[in-house]
Design a protein around this ligand. Sequence first.
Ligand SMILES: Cc1ncc(COP(=O)(O)O)c(C=O)c1O
Length: 460
Amino acid sequence: MTDRTDGGIYSGAAPAEIAVDLLELVNFQEQGLPMEALTGLVQERLVPHLVKYDLPEFHSLYNFLPEKGALLGGAVALRYNQGVTNWQVSPGGVMLEEMCAQALCQLFGFPPESDATFMYCGTYANQQALYMALHRHAQKQGFDLAQEGIQGFQDPERLAIVVSQDAHFSLKHGARILGLGERTLVSVPVNAERCLDLGALQAMLPGLREERDIFCVVSTAGTTSTGSIDPILPLIEICSELGAWLHVDAAYGFPFSLLPELEDRFAGIEQADSVTWDPHKQFGVPIPSSLLFAKHGVEFERMAIYGEYFNRRDDTEPNPGLKSPPSTRPLTALPLVTTLRYLGLEKVRERLRSPLRAVRALSERLRNEPDIEVCHTPHTGILCLRLTPEGFPVEELDALQLFVYERIKQEARRSISMTRLGDKAVLRLVALSPSVTEGSMLETIDHARALAKEFKTDAR
Ligand SMILES: Cc1ncc(COP(=O)(O)O)c(C=O)c1O
């Protein structure tokens, strides 16, 4: 239940003050504490320092409290089989994970031969997609990447992954972990809507094809900074011409494809080779909850490693652990299933629409206000803007956004984020929980305006 007694999103304490409170908790002793005393300790020392994600003033990042339906699934998983791992330790968990993956493929409109695997986070799902893409590329060149590694390529320096300038940094992690290095990522500029600029890509392609071997193209459906949805269908065509793998990083955006009014933006997503989705971002399920979908389920065979005590080749039962690396797998499917069943798809859609409406209304209102620069047309539930008070020196605008961001963070009564779009520092508002409304975000912006006035007096 929401606790607003102090009106803040958390205690507002500084790191050193929190450390003093937490010291007693990490003071490990020979003797245990009675449960009542332990509960009191956690409540008193830790809980005040935890952010209340369900407050209307929390609009900074992808955090969400678990929904009622998710709590049921989470509690059952903890009470019985929190780990799926394999059939031996959780036959029901294994079957639920496999059947949930299939049902989700159907819900999102993937072809019958598609499949999905549960992952610990979107970062790992993206990483696995890049590996699968590279593995297929190696296979086309006649060798097994799993055995030979990147040395199998005649000239690994030619390998290239095309991404947009606004793609998530997890793709850099992916390129690093594959041993390819970040130089493998070829960045395409974004257009005014902060989507991968198709014209720019078309212009780059002839030269790029001469110099590099593009084995994968990544489209981001819901970029982290602005929530923009890159084109998908045209990239499918480009990939089929190149013989490259199309991965869609829809870690944040995928569920919006369930809204008929946004279908067009997602056109073609079910034809992508792979898609990342993080239900833990806005579905009110416990972390971790991430999935990697593959249009052809057989592509997951690229991941399989068999063992003697475990993941045995001659096992006859289904084994989700052959599709992605974690051997110890949480029963993530259960809270997702109980959430979807508790809410029903109609309510899920309504829940998804609420932040979209709030952000769109806010953006339209602010466009007419001279002291705000709205930085993009919002496709989803994120809006980036800049405070631009009349007569304020342009060269100090970045410092102003940072000043306001820091002040809001220190006050701990609201939560916003900041990022850079091109060469500009911007404030970023994310609407996730239905409690975040146009009004609550507007209050934050009005407060930011008031703080901006202090910059003039304090900091200059
Ligand atoms: C577009 C996108 N992809 C990938 C990720 C990484 O997801 P995770 O935090 O689950 O690793 C994020 C996280 O914000 C994201 O916005």
